[in-house]
Every structure is written in structure tokens, then in C-alpha cells.
Design a protein around this ligand. Sequence first.
Ligand code: NAI
Length: 689
Amino acid sequence: MKPKVHTAVHTAVRTERDGDVLVIIIDNPPINAGSLEVRRGLLQAIDMLQTTPGLQAGVLIGSGNTFMAGSDLREFGKPLGPPELPTVIAAIEACSRPVVAALHGAALGGGFELALGCDARVAMLGTVVGLPEVGLGIIPGAGGTQRVPRRVGVARAIQMICSGERIPSGKALELRLIDAAVDTDVRGAAIAHARSLAGRKCRIRDEEVPEDNPAAIESAVQSALRAGKHRPAVVAAVEAIRASLQLPIDDALADERVVFQQLRQSAEAFALRHQFFAEREAMKLTQAVMTAPRPVQSVAIIGAGTMGSGIAISALDAGLDVILLEQDEAALRRGRERIGEHYGSRVASGKLKVSAAQDNESRLTPSTDWAHLRRADLVIEAVFEDMAVKQSVFAKIDAHARPGAVMATNTSYLDVDAIARITSRPQDVLGLHFFSPAHVMKLLEVVRGAETAADVVATGMELAKRLHKQPVVTGNAFGFIGNRIYNAYRKQCEFMLEDGAWPEQVDAALQAFGMAMGPFAVADLSGLDIAWRMRQAQAATRNPNERYVAILDHLCEQGRLGRKTGTGYYTYPDGKRSAATDETVRGIIEQASVDRGIERRLLNNAEIQRRALLAMVNEAARLLAEGVAGRATDIDVVMVQGYGFPRWEGGPVFWARQQGLAALQAAMDELAHANGGDFVRGDLAVLMA
Ligand code: NAI
């Protein structure tokens, strides 16, 4: 073997010679994102491969711990400088010497398209590949929609690209998205593979699209469009992939690029990029809490109800040891069974191996003996939402937990400081507000109390990362960020009932905007009695000038507690929600209008959507001014990740910014007028970027 010759090609791309193979190394830390520098460097390296005598093949690899894990998203809002990625891929395909991609870590988006433009792909086991572009409001723009179907067929390509599926190496090999997988030395394996090609080109572009059953294609199209309604990128991706069957590849590639260029400047793509950056920002520790977290391996969860068992599953899945404590054996058994059923069904559906489920469950210690608390590094309380109960539980935690253990409450609304003060160590207490179902929902509000230590907040953030959650730090205020905004939104929707709308109209208008569910359907699902109890608890302290809508109270008085009683805002014949509210509910609503002296009028979709959004925006401005939210964009993360706000609308703050301050102020004047009562205006200027 000849000694390696190191040649600097470009700052972001290096080349090394391994005998007759040119190893092209993308070196753009941290994820080797495909920037302009990288593309220029690659083009030069391919030219070197083509023109240097004695070379037989090239290998394309990423430095550090990944291949190219995506494109540089900051470039996406601006004109892309030449060369663009399709030019680089075209150069690889036009090069008479084969190029093998050596994949490790992740090959996503433009990175995977680059790999698909090579003559073969050799991957380290554990590599993930995929085309997540649709999640950013665009379509793959460098051949992904044409080369993927040539390997997996149109139906599977639609499924993969429209969902942004990340495919692990084993599955990718089965699907022929990669050509070989190795468990060590991917560079060496790719070099050997490159030599074995003996100068032969094997371009995916020259392959036929395999024949698919038309019914399978149609079913993939229908399910992608169903999941992607409201989403222009999904529709465009379906069309682009289908074109692989109809058009010569160069025409289809040209069309794909045009659509990609249009979409990257679309409102949807801007909103999705905003949300992407907002999520990343929310994960960062602010200066005030920039410190090392406390180590956590053992978590105690108190209360094995809906939330406690979900949190336990999430912690077990993350490899933590879980102690599950309950007040009595029967409740403990129910919680234990819930967890067991969860793992049972994941195994039955093939989503989890039996051995993995057994491993997870073996790390669970269910008990009613509080002495176990001593072993916990972190305690999460998830008992009833009642201050007295929570305080008595925290007094017990204080008595049993070891010094330095972090103590968290999963309260939805209660004052974290009042809970912390009951203990001898309020600096160790914080709120960790999970969302239901806790093993599914990504959002985690990390609530910083007045005395919470910086490293305790850092521990909450680190835990979120380990549980694969999206953390957002919030201050300690009624409902934190999410429930406070949601309350303002729901109240506004109740005003609209009094003003003339029916629940199904409000729900339909907000679903048309893109909310996952309408507020009244959500209320029925969660049970109206929770809100009813809270309203009763707040009755004595409520501002008498506040516009108070009593419809929900009247529904509860009639035993209409929501889905669980078969009636709420809607009726549920055979368990399914009827499309409309029934006469009883209409009667209650009409009476509420009469009581307030309102002549009912028709509200159209645009007004319903505007008022609901403005209510959220106003509350967002107030939360930011009060310091409950640290960053305006954190509010968008909370609403998208926890409350079904459409991701492709970017969140309420992004929406507000699109309106512009003057228009927003004018609309808010109107809302204040429509509200009547005591409407507290936020300073909207704080929301503007
Ligand atoms: P749940 O009623 O399903 O479970 C509460 C569990 O706590 C019960 O199993 C009960 O036996 C146990 N418990 C009560 N007192 C106890 C004590 N002294 N010692 C040990 N265990 C005790 O309630 P859920 O829905 O799980 O709510 C728990 C907490 O999570 C509440 O603070 C709630 O506000 C909050 N939360 C609930 C969400 C939801 O959607 N259900 C969402 C986010 C937070």
C-alpha cells in the first residue's frame, strides 16, 4: 500500500489518497451540513478524481461522527449560491470513475441525496438515512424523489418521503437504499467496495422504477394526503414521486428542482424553519442556569395514575431505573398493569423486541414503601392536582429522599413555590410538567421556582434530553406557559358561543386552521369536571368584572361531563362524536346569550380563527412581559408541541409577526371591543422579532 498523500482541496472538504482510491472527506462540523463551502469543495474533489492519473475510484465520507446529516437550513431562506447540490450530484454521475459513499451517523436530506447520487452506499450498522424535507415544508430537491423510487418503488417512496421517515441501516439494506452494512471500519469497507467495482459505474438514475401494484400506490397516496392535509409540500412530494413513473429522469429532476425552489420560499417553509430553530433554541440553557446537571440514573415516580405510569414508561425507555410509589396496593397494581399492557402491546405489534421489553420492565420497582426513595436521584410527583395532597406528599419526599436529590412536581397549575416551601430544601424543587400521554407527547415544561437552584433546572433540561422530550423553561405562574395560553384561547372560544357560534362551528373553524382538534372536542375528551372544579375553587377570588361564561358549569350540573359520560358539548352515540351539538346544549348556550343580553349573530370561520389566535397572542405578550416565558419563540414551541397548534403555521408568535404590529394592534382593538368585560391587553411590541 502506498503512503497516503494529503491534499487540501477546500476548507470544508479534504482529500486523501489510499492507493488508487481518492477519499473525499466532508469536514464541516458539527454535522457536516451541506453548505456552499462543502458543495464547492466536493465539486473540486470530483474534478480531481476525474483528472488525476492513477486514480480508479472515489470514496465519499464524513469526518467526525456522521456523514452529511442535512443541509444548512440558514441557507434556505436566501438565494442558494452556485454550485447547487444537483450540480455536485450530476458531476459525480458524470465522472467516469465510480464513487462509493461511506455512511455513518446520519445521512439525511441533502446528505442522503448525495449518497444516492453515488455508485454505491456502504453504511456502518446504526446509521440512519432519510429524507425529512417535507417536515420543513419543502420536497427533496436534489433527486431524492427520483432515485428513492428507483430503489424502493413508488408506493414505499411516497410513504417514506411524505412522512420524513428515518430508516436505520438494517431496514435500509433490506430496502436497497444502501448496498452494504458493516460493523466496523466503514472507510476501509467502502474503499474495498470501490476497488471491487473495477471502474464500473452503477448509477441509480439508470435503473428502472420497479413495478408497483397500482392499488398499493393509490393507498400510499391517499394515506399521505390524509396525514398531510393543509400541507402543500406533501402534495408536491406525491406528485414529484409519481413523475418518476411518467417522465424521463432529467425532466423529472428539473421539475423537482423548480418545485423545491418555489416551496423553500413558501409561507409554510418559513414557518417550519422558524419552529425548527425555536425548538433548538428552547433546548439551550440560558446564562442564568448554565451549569452542569446533577447525575441521574434512578428516578422515583409518586402516583401511578395516568401521568405517573406514562412518565415511568418514558423513563424506562430511556434506560433509567424507576421506582414507582403509590398510596395503596390496589392503585399500585393498576399502575403496574398499565405499564405491563403498554409493553405487551408494543411487543405484540412488533414495535419492540421481547428482550427489550423485559429489560425495561426489569428496571421497574413498584412499591408502597417510601424507604425506596432514598435510592432516587430524582423524584417526580404525579399525585392528584390538589395543593394539600401535594404538600403532604412533598413533606414525605423531604423526609425520605437523600440529600441532593432533585424533587419535581408534575402539577398542571399549582404554585411550585408553595409546594417547594413545605420542604427543607426548596432549592432542590422544580416543576416538570409532562403532557398526556406522557410517553408519547414531546413537550416538557421545566418550571423554575423562586428558589430553584441553577443545577436543578439544568438537571430538568438534561432529563428532557434523555427522555427525548422537547424542554421549555418557564417561570412559576398559574398554568405556566401552555395552560395559561390555552385557557385564554378556550375562554375566547366560550365568548364566541355566547356571541352566536355553536361548538361544532368553532371546532370546525379551528380545525380548518390546522389545530389538531377543536377546543370543545378537546374539553369533552379531557372531561369537563376538571375545569368545573377549578372554576369552583377560583370563584371566590375571580375578578367580578371578568366576562365569565357559565355554559360549562351548566353542562356539568346536568351530568354532561364529556366523553366519559356519553355527553358534554357533544353527544357520543355508540362512543363516536356526533357531528353537531344537541338541542339541550343549544338551549343552554342560547340562554347564556340571553342572560348576557347578546343578540346571537353568525360568526364566520375567519372571525373565529382570528379571535382565537388573537387571544393566544395577547396572552403570549403578557407571559413574555411577566418573564414567565424567557423567549417569545419558546411560546411557539409549547403551543406546537403540547397543544396541537399546527406546526406549519409556526406558532402564535410567528403568526403574530406575520400580521405586522400595526395590523395586529388594530385587530386587538376589535377583540377588546368584542370581548367586553375586563380585557387585559398585552404589549404586543414585545412579540415582534
Ligand atoms: P390520576 O388520578 O390518574 O393519578 C393520580 C395517582 O396518584 C393515583 O393513582 C393516586 O392513587 C395517586 N396518589 C394520590 N395521592 C397519593 C399519595 N399521597 N401518595 C401516593 N400516591 C398518591 O391523575 P393524573 O391525571 O395522572 O394527574 C396527576 C398529576 O399530573 C396532576 O397534578 C395533574 O394535574 C398532572 N397532569 C395531568 C395531566 C393529564 O392530562 N391527566 C397532564 C399534565 C399534568
